[in-house]
Design a protein around this ligand. Structure first.
Ligand code: FAD
Length: 446
């Protein structure tokens, strides 16, 4: 393969999770790959805070890792989460398994650990060169070049390639350049909720029921906790900004936590909560949709650069990894015709990426509110039973998103016909019961 494609050069902008895994796919195809990453080498720098510390890895992400022979190593250090564990205000706990029929689970994996492993994997290919502290500043779509700037010396250089892949995240510079071209569609939405991360230290971590994603659903907002391999838990509170803004003093923060998440206070530690709340502002959450994902025959967006989403379905990285599998498959099908492949990729991916952005928004409501309702639990039971009986026909929404490779847009269609069947069944059942009652009363009264 290296022989086959070694005359073609792929430049990847961004060596984050998606850029580094994409480099592995492209290197495996035999292209000469260069990654330009704005930051320093993550393997040599202390942990970067700001983005979530751990991530939920599920089927689509695992598929990509498996294709590169990395799945086992990553899963060995990940923590399985087989369901949601709900914390009520009164401290009652309730486990809702993701997949009681077939015991499928998602995995909590450290962001930095995963990124380091992927950078290691990319550098292990002889046809990959990684340049750290270099960032894209401009793209010239007519000439087919980009300008890369050395972050330390500010020196600029022009870079040529057969394919430029923008994996430079939600605030992508390549996408920004694309936005200035005709017929490029772009929408962004900052939701009115932000998040703050805290942590349950390892010495308290074993007081948490293991192998679950813990949720404190509180209707308009929620707190969640994901396990780390050192027994600590990363706790994230997602809440409207106006509620954050009203918590200005230590007393207010303490009272809020004691009233809203009472069982979490001793686990996280009151002083730690106060410290984090006083020192940090909540981070923003953005959802981005754009199309097409390509310009001309050699510029393409993937990962968050193409489809940043709110984190509530745990699919941002998984979808980004799936982008790479899909691109690889399309290049394979088209015999490495890059121009044809970027166009085809763009056409098929946008509709599914838009669908997962929508699903991610919906899942916030499910996690923070619906999980508390009888209707949700009843529906989950019906879905589980039908899934067990008809595993290939009745795939519940969560399973289709997290445990299958079904196109995201089809996951939505799937849910729609399932809803129709359930509503029609309820109406039919209502009519039958009503008729029986009328017949019964007629008999009794006659
Ligand atoms: P990024 O991770 O943002 O990486 C972009 C890279 O490009 C960075 O290394 C950056 O330094 C570099 N870069 C930026 N600009 C330039 C430039 N001009 N030139 C060169 N390099 C540049 N996803 C999941 O699947 N599961 C989860 O559980 C999950 N939880 C999340 C929780 C939170 C709170 C958040 C915010 C997100 C979560 N996500 C989750 C989403 C996930 O973090 C992203 O989808 C994923 O990081 C996207 O990877 P990326 O490589 O596309 O972008």
């Amino acid at each position: 393969m290296w022989e086959k494609n070694n005359t073609k050069k792929v430049v990847i902008i961004g060596g984050g999770l998606v850029g580094s895994i994409c480099a592995c796919f492209m290197a495996k195809r035999g292209y000469a790959v260069e990654i330009y990453e704005k930051r320093d080498d993550i393997r040599k720098t202390p942990e970067i805070r700001g983005r979530s510390i751990n991530l939920a890895l599920s089927h689509r992400g695992r598929n990509a890792l498996k294709a590169l022979g990395l799945e086992k190593e990553i899963l060995d250090s990940a923590i399985p989460m087989k369901g949601r564990l709900l914390h009520s205000k009164k401290g009652k706990l309730k486990s809702i398994l993701y997949d009681p029929s077939f015991n499928q689970c998602i995995y909590s994996v450290g962001r930095n650990y995963l990124n380091k492993k992927l950078i290691d994997a990319a550098s292990s290919y002889p046809n990959v060169n990684i340049y750290f502290n270099r960032h894209l500043t401009r793209a010239n779509f007519n000439e087919g070049t980009v300008t890369i700037t050395d972050s330390k010396t500010c020196e600029e250089s022009q870079v040529n390639a057969d394919l430029f892949i923008g994996a430079d995240g939600a605030y992508s510079k390549l996408r920004l350049a694309m936005q200035q071209t005709a017929q490029f569609q772009y929408t962004q939405l900052y939701i009115e909720h932000g998040y703050i991360e805290m942590s349950i230290p390892p010495e308290n971590g074993n007081k948490m029921i293991p192998n679950h994603l813990h949720i404190w659903p509180r209707g308009k907002f929620m707190m969640i906790a994901l396990p780390n391999s050192d027994s600590s838990w990363t706790v994230t509170i997602f809440m409207p900004f106006d509620i954050f803004e009203n918590l200005t003093t230590g007393n207010e923060i303490s009272r809020f936590f004691r009233e809203t998440f009472p069982d979490s206070v001793d686990l996280i530690g009151e002083s730690s909560i106060l410290d984090i709340f006083m020192k940090n502002r909540p981070s923003e959450l953005i959802s981005i949709k754009c199309s097409p994902y390509h310009i001309g025959s050699k510029f393409l967006l993937i990962g968050d650069a193409a489809h940043a989403m709110v984190p509530f379905y745990g699919q941002g990285m998984n979808a980004g990894f799936e982008d790479c599998c899909l691109l690889d498959g399309i290049l394979e099908k088209n015999n490495d015709d890059i121009a044809m492949s970027v166009e085809e990729y763009s056409g098929v991916r946008a509709v599914d990426a838009h669908a997962i952005c929508e699903l991610a928004m919906y899942n916030y409501i499910e996690m923070r509110d619906l999980v508390n309702t009888v209707g949700f639990r009843w529906r989950k039971c019906v879905d589980n039973v039908l899934f067990k009986w008809f595993p290939n026909k009745w795939i519940p929404l969560y399973n289709s998103v997290s445990f299958s490779s079904m196109e995201y847009s089809r996951c939505i269609q799937n849910r729609k016909w399932q809803n129709k069947i359930i509503y029609r069944s309820i109406i039919s059942l209502g009519i039958i019961i009503g008729t029986l009652i009328v017949l019964f009363l007629k008999n009794v009264l006659n």
